[in-house]
Every structure is written in C-alpha cells, then in structure tokens.
Design a protein around this ligand. Structure first.
Ligand code: SAM
Length: 428
C-alpha cells in the first residue's frame, strides 16, 4: 500500500502548529560566527593569558571524575583537550610558534608582550566558566563542530552533529556508486539541523544532483543556510523551513533519495541524558515521542509518496530495537512499497540505520527538478562574505582570505576523532 503525502502532511501540519507558536521567526535569527572565523581584535599580555590558562586548568582539576560519575559526562582529559582547542580557536595564529601545546601545557610564552585574540579575556573567563559550571557544550562555546571534513557552525537551538551520523553520507555514496542515476537526481535531508548531512551528500552527487534540506526549527534553518553559504553550495542545496514533508509538496514523487536523522529518543529518557545534551541541546531535535518512534514512522509513511520508483532512503535510529521495528513495519504495514530493506551498524557496531529502496526501476526520463539556481561546480573554492551574520562578543568576521573554504580529502576530523562519547543515551 502506498500512502499519499496528504496523510503525512496532515500529521506534519499539526506538528508545525504545536511548535511554531513558541518559535522565533526566521527573519529575526542571525547565525553566530564561529570563534575561529572572527577578527583577532583583542590584544592581551602573555602574562594575563597565562593567568587565565592556569585558572581554567584549575577549574578542570576541580571537576575530577564527577561528571563521568554523575551522567557519563566529560572527564578531565577531554576537558583539557577542549581547553587547548578553545585557545587554538581564540588565537590569531593558531599555529603560532610562541605556543607549544601538549596535554594542557604551553611552554614558550614568556617574552611575548602582546597576543592577539579573537575574543576578549573577560569573555574567555566567562565561556570557560559556562563550560564547567553550566556544562554548556564545548561546540556551542566555540560555535562550531568538526564533522567529516567539514567545520560546521552550530549554536544553541541546533543539534551538534554526531559522529555516527557521518555514516549516512557513506550510505548515500554507496547507493550512488551502484546506480549513477541516483547521483543526478533530487535528494532531501529532512530535519537537517546544521545542514551537516545535506552538505555531506551534496559532495557525492554528480553535476545535476541537488538537495533540499528541511527543518521545522527556524534557528536550524538559518544555521544550515549559513553553513551552505560558507561552503558555497547555495546552488546545490536549497534550505526550506517546515514540518517533514510539508515543504516538499511541490516535488512529491520526484525525489531519488531521502535521508533523515530525526528525533528518536523516547520522551522519558530525555531527563537522563548527559547534562550537555539534556540541558542545552534543543528538545525538538531529541524527543521522538513515547517510544522514540513517532517521527521515524511518519518518515516511513511519507517516503513512498515522496520518492520516485527506485528511490533510496536512509534513516538513523536509536539502535537495534528501533531498526527492527521499522523494518518489520515497512515489510508488514506498508507491504509492497519497499525493497532491499537493510539494517546497517555504526562505527561502534550498534545497529543504527535502516536503508532501502522504493519498489520499481529508477528512471531519469525527467531531469532533476530545477531549484532556484543553476548548477555550479562543487569543488569551486568559495569565500565567506559574512554579511547578515551575528557575532557573539563583538568583532567582525574574517575577510575572504581567512574565511576561504575548500573541500579536502580528510574524512574524519582530527579534532572530533579524539573525542569519545556524545552524550545521547542509545541502546547498547
Ligand atoms: C536529531 S536532529 C538531526 C539534525 C541533523 N540532521 C544532524 O544529524 O545533525 C533532528 C532534527 O529534526 C528537526 N525536527 C524536529 N521536528 C521536526 C519537524 N516536525 N519537521 C522537520 N524537522 C523537524 C529538529 O529541529 C532537528 O534539527
């Protein structure tokens, strides 16, 4: 049985009205510039910076293993690494020869009179206090997360993209490799958050491939737009605001692929999450209803109507139980619509993703529906203009040279790779 979008949209409109009343409008939101992209407008003396660093290290020591014990939060080794990264992002020249960091030490600062920072010393004190005392996530403090080969802007109101979600891009890559036509069609990333997955898959698509990235949250939409613009992908990715399939009505039945990492944590589990997650990340991005399955089922129901025959889907779940439930649902409740259903494990060996295809042969007799703008090479280096974006703590974004972003080959970010755990309680 193929369920039409009308049913899916009925559900999503009601969802939208629940959430939209308390949300700021898109036009009032200005994404914050990540710390490492701001102007180095603050001069401090080396001894003042040293004093701050000593104070910050003491604060870390005072934590000991208390966060680990209370909610499996960060230990002092990780906090020390974060402290170094904060300094790295704050310094004008992050590879400055006057600093030699290793395990929370810096050695040859003496003799350097003034050091240029991208943030005031007062703000550095403030931010590190928030990190330790309020458990504000490190990524919100520096305003970015390293994910695959990308450095994505994030801020409160937007989920920090997780390592396991990187695999969705690989799943799309595998699908496109086995059927070139998938690479030339229209894709959607539903619940895009920072735009991570949409940006990741846009690099895999061929010249005519396009992505529509959607989210209900206006903060997420504006941060995703910022990231898309920073990587010069406005002509490949269109960001739309709305609930699930609602912003895709004009492309019903025309998509060659959909991907989503929807909220899937059971409501009752939210209060037990690591403080960084439960207190600071948006509930809208986490809470999947009583069983955590509300949105996953909604996506399954809508997938048949939005995809072309032969179209691919990949959904992230909370783990084995949700994966098995979804596959069973698709085989039995919406039987006949999908084929090649597969459960894929993440890096940690946890069954995490459900993938499959809509029955039928994929045909591209119609080219990918045109988005607002024509195609552009994905490898073209882009500069970052920085207008229209807000800067927490003053200053101006770096000019084109400093903000230039090109794609390069590292699949996994060295910064993120050294961080274990991500604070979401998942099935073992
Ligand atoms: C788990 S987060 C995933 C974010 C991003 N895709 C990632 O992997 O980092 C789920 C996302 O779904 C969005 N969301 C929640 N309810 C939604 C709805 N009704 N329609 C569209 N997006 C929704 C949230 O705002 C959030 O950005």
């Amino acid at each position: 049985m193929k369920l039409g979008l009308s049913r899916a949209c009925l559900y999503s409109s009601c969802c939208a009205s629940i959430f939209s009343s308390s949300m700021p409008s898109l036009t009032t939101i200005k994404p914050k510039i990540p710390l490492f992209l701001r102007q180095p407008a603050y001069s401090v003396t080396s001894s003042d910076l040293q004093k701050w660093h000593g104070w910050a290290k003491n604060l870390v020591s005072s934590v000991g293993s208390s966060f680990v014990e209370s909610d499996n939060g960060p230990d002092s080794t990780l906090l020390c690494r974060e402290l170094n990264w904060l300094l790295e992002d704050s310094l004008e020249n992050r590879s400055s020869s006057c600093f030699a960091f290793s395990a929370c030490k810096y050695d040859t600062i003496d003799g350097i009179e003034n050091i240029m920072l991208r943030i005031s010393l007062d703000d550095l004190y403030q931010l590190w206090k928030q990190r330790i005392e309020e458990r504000r996530p490190f990524q919100y403090i520096v305003g970015c997360e390293h994910w695959r080969d990308l450095v994505l802007s994030v801020q409160e109101g937007v989920l920090i993209p997780r390592p396991e979600t990187e695999l969705i891009v690989d799943l799309v890559s595998d699908a496109v490799s086995s059927n070139e036509e998938l690479g030339q069609g229209l894709w959607a990333d539903l619940g895009t958050g920072s735009g991570a997955v949409a940006i990741g898959i846009s690099k895999i698509l061929r010249i005519y491939g396009r992505v529509i990235a959607t989210d209900l949250s206006p903060v997420a939409v504006s941060v995703a737009m910022f990231n898309v613009q920073r990587y010069g992908l406005q002509h490949v990715i269109e960001v739309r605001q709305g609930s699930w399939f609602e912003p895709l009505e004009d492309v019903e039945g025309q998509l060659v692929g959909i991907v989503s990492n929807p909220p899937y944590i059971p409501s009752d589990n939210i209060s037990g999450l690591q403080a960084e997650v439960g207190r600071h990340e948006p509930r809208l991005a986490l809470d999947g209803g009583a069983s955590g399955m509300d949105y996953l089922l909604h996506l399954c129901n809508g997938a048949a109507a939005i995809l072309k025959p032969g179209g691919f889907f990949a959904f992230e779940t909370n783990g084995e139980k949700q994966c098995k439930f979804l596959v069973d649902y698709m085989q039995n409740q919406i039987a006949g619509s999908f084929c090649n259903l597969n459960i894929v494990s993440d890096f940690a060996g946890i069954q995490r993703f459900v993938t499959g295809f809509l029955q039928g042969p994929l045909s591209l007799e119609r080219k990918c529906p045109e988005l607002k703008s024509p195609a552009r090479s994905l490898t073209e280096p882009q500069t970052f203009a920085g207008q229209n974006f807000d800067i927490e703590g003053g200053g101006h974004p770096e000019g084109p040279e400093q903000g230039k972003v090109t794609f390069h080959g590292n699949r996994v970010s060295p910064r993120r790779k050294s961080v274990e755990g991500h604070g979401l309680s998942k099935e073992p």
